[in-house]
Design a protein around this ligand. Structure first.
Ligand code: MIG
Length: 672
């Protein structure tokens, strides 16, 4: 059952897809003594809930901490900051959803484009406090199980985005590929080494002066032909699109947007000028429906050249500096020139420049035109990335109506999960971020973003051979498998580190898994379920399982337990029911044993992946030998990994992987 409580008048966010799913709506006054199930409303409007010792708090989507959110404070405030550590309270997305699992079981979803704060046992370990803005809609979700509550959230906010099947292939990326030559070299190397690959990502250097929707004709001459050449190789080119539009008369996107009034303005109506990669830029006002259609149509410049996938970056929106504040900053810094600053003054001086990026004051300095209303940005901040990527999705539907396209965004809020995936932005080449990747996958799935992933081997910082290997051993199970890194780091393509046979085996194992992964993904999406599942959802009665955060289920049939510690020879694994362990060096080469319920230290050499299949389940593997890209995968399976000898039934989803129609009629019952 879904109950709705309205506080003030929230600006429509587009998060709610099925308002009919709501059983009862009440209009409430902030801070009144009104009864909201489970919560006490404090006089200042905060929502208070007393946590029991055993309560687990799930939710909030993209955050740097755990699956269980207890013991920290969080904000929903879409933020571009590449320093992803445990001290962070907000990342790129705003996913205002909590699921309390304990003495009581219920979910809440706050529909608002503004900042929300959460104290989940931070001030007091047994207190959960939600600090909402003035205007918001609160949805309370009541269900029998955690999964049922999540399904209610999805029923309310709509079904998850469906990527094409080729998007389950492996993609190589680096901020640093500068030309068609660079891309060809990468593809050639992967092909030579017989490491399967489907996508090469193009980062900002493909553009002319970082201008979105342009391709530099010198670095990528005859781009359409180049794209065809790659397509013939089985490779899709996936260009990045940045939110900031360069101010440059003669650049059609800038000229047209200016003429039509489609860019964000300051209070006085003049353009809001900010700096990002292209230098001085303006923001497309994608909250204005007409501007959104116009922005979405810009993708045609690239779809006409045959492109079928994009990643949207910088759409929090990220601001390096604004023109106005930069103008103020120079004289302030100059004023220090003749002084001996001493430590305190020196730090102040440094901060004058250092604090320019993403300054909260700048987010209050520009406006959107929503119908007849002019709305200040900070009132709608958290839906900017969503609206921009929705505009892209709509544009892609118009440009390529017959095909599913690949689309994922850095910034998001709940609602965008209907149209796009997300990636988790600028992580770090640290072992601890392998574990963070697993937790993020669970958390993003709960928020509806089934198609999601992190930069495998890490974006910031230098990867090492063992880090790349261990990270790939997790990445092969997650939908968006992309190796991506910053230009300031060591190159980290999977052929850079030696151990080529091992990397090849892992990538081939990924391709052998694709029919299963795709099947489980599509079933999860079509049933409003989860693709990556925390153990607590699978074994709700098992107190130990509810606390496990370094293992997860991939679909119904496979439990994974990645190694995320450097130089470890294995790891402890909690086995919540009888399972068969497959210690896999490749799709064909593994040893196996049956494990009863319990805790084990399980050996896993650097090139070994741990796969657990419970009794009664089966993991079918496709033939990956000779497969270079997803299109080479033949129907049928080469082998089935299962607990025992007896045949088990499996509901297999299979379609053409491309057409926009998908549905339960593509499910077949198999005996494996
Ligand atoms: O300010 O386009 O998260 O994936 O490589 C950095 C360059 C801008 C941030 C993205 C990252 C991308 C990078 N971008």
């Amino acid at each position: 059952m879904i109950l709705k409580y309205q506080f003030g008048h929230v600006l429509p966010t587009g998060a709610v897809y099925c308002p009919e799913a709501v059983a009862k709506t009440r209009v409430l006054k902030r801070g009144s003594a009104a009864q909201i199930p489970h919560f006490t409303m404090l006089p200042d409007g905060q929502l208070f809930y007393r946590l029991g010792d055993e309560d687990v708090v799930y939710g909030l989507g993209e955050q740097a901490r755990g699956i269980n959110k207890r013991g920290w404070h969080y904000e929903s405030l879409n933020t571009d900051d590449p320093n992803q550590n445990e001290g962070r309270t907000a990342l790129y997305g705003a996913h205002n959803f909590l699921l309390i699992d304990g003495a009581e079981r219920f979910g809440i979803f706050l529909d608002t484009p503004e900042k929300v704060e959460y104290d989940i046992g931070y001030t007091n370990y047994d207190e959960l406090v939600v600090k909402p803005p003035k205007d918001y809609d609160l949805y309370v979700l009541e269900g029998e199980s955690d999964l049922e509550i999540l399904k209610l959230l999805r029923k309310l906010t709509g079904p998850s985005y469906l990527p094409p099947k080729w998007a389950f292939g492996f993609g190589q990326s680096r901020w640093g590929y500068k030309s068609a030559r660079d891309v060809r070299k990468i593809v050639k190397k992967y092909r030579e080494l017989q490491m399967p690959i489907d996508m090469v990502y193009m980062d900002i250097d493909y553009m002319e002066d970082y201008k979105s929707f342009t391709v530099d004709a010198e670095k990528f001459p005859k781009f359409k032909k180049f794209n065809e050449e790659m397509a013939a190789e089985g490779i899709r080119l996936i260009p990045i699109i940045d939110a900031g539009i360069k101010i440059q008369p003669g650049y059609p996107v800038y000229d047209e947007g200016t003429e039509k009034g489609y860019f964000c303005t300051k209070a006085d109506g003049t353009p809001f000028v900010l700096g990002v990669w292209p230098g001085r830029c303006v923001f497309p006002d994608v909250l204005n429906p007409r501007a959104a259609v116009w922005f979405g149509d810009q993708y045609k410049a690239l779809t006409d050249a045959g492109v079928r996938g994009f990643w949207n970056d910088m759409n929090e929106p990220s601001i390096f500096y604004t023109e106005d504040r930069l103008k103020e900053a120079f004289p302030r810094v100059a004023a220090y020139e003749d002084q001996d600053p001493g430590a305190v003054t020196f730090f102040e001086m440094r901060d004058v420049m250092g604090r320019l990026s993403n300054d909260p004051a700048d987010y209050k300095a520009f406006y959107h035109q929503i119908g007849k209303k002019r709305v200040r940005h900070d009132k709608v901040h958290n839906i900017y990335g969503q609206k921009l990527t929705e505009a892209a999705a709509e544009g892609l539907k118009r440009a390529v109506p017959e095909e599913r396209t690949l689309l994922f965004s850095r910034s998001s809020s709940i609602g965008l999960h209907r149209e796009s995936g997300i990636w988790f932005g600028d992580n770090i080449s640290w072992f601890s971020h392998i574990l963070m990747n697993l937790k993020s996958a669970v958390n993003a799935n709960m928020a509806g973003f089934l198609y999601s992933g992190a930069d495998v081997a890490g974006f910031v910082g230098d990867a090492t051979p063992d880090l790349a290997m261990r990270w790939l051993e997790l990445g092969i199970f997650l939908p968006l498998l992309r190796n991506h890194s910053s230009r300031y780091t060591r190159e980290q393509e999977f052929f850079r580190f030696g151990m080529e046979a091992d990397f090849r085996n892992l990538l081939k194992l990924r391709y052998a898994l694709i029919p299963y992964l795709y099947s489980e993904f599509m079933k999860a999406a079509l049933s409003d379920g989860l693709f990556v599942r925390p153990l607590g959802f699978m074994y709700p009665e098992d107190a130990r399982a509810r606390r496990v955060e370094d293992q997860a289920f991939i679909g119904e049939c496979v439990m994974i337990a990645p190694v995320y510690e450097q130089n470890a020879t294995g790891r402890y694994v909690y086995v919540p029911e009888p399972m068969r362990l497959f210690r896999m060096r490749s799709a064909e080469d593994y040893d196996t044993e049956v494990l009863q319920k319990g805790e084990y230290f399980i050996e896993a050499a650097l090139n070994e992946v741990l796969v657990f299949v419970p009794k009664g389940k089966a993991l079918p593997l496709a033939k990956a030998e000779g497969v270079r890209s997803v299109r080479d995968l033949k129907p049928g399976f080469e082998r089935v990994l299962k607990y025992g000898e007896t045949a088990v039934s499996y509901e297999f989803y299979e379609d053409d992987g491309l057409s926009r129609e998908a549905g339960p009629d593509h499910v077949r019952k198999l005996k494996l």
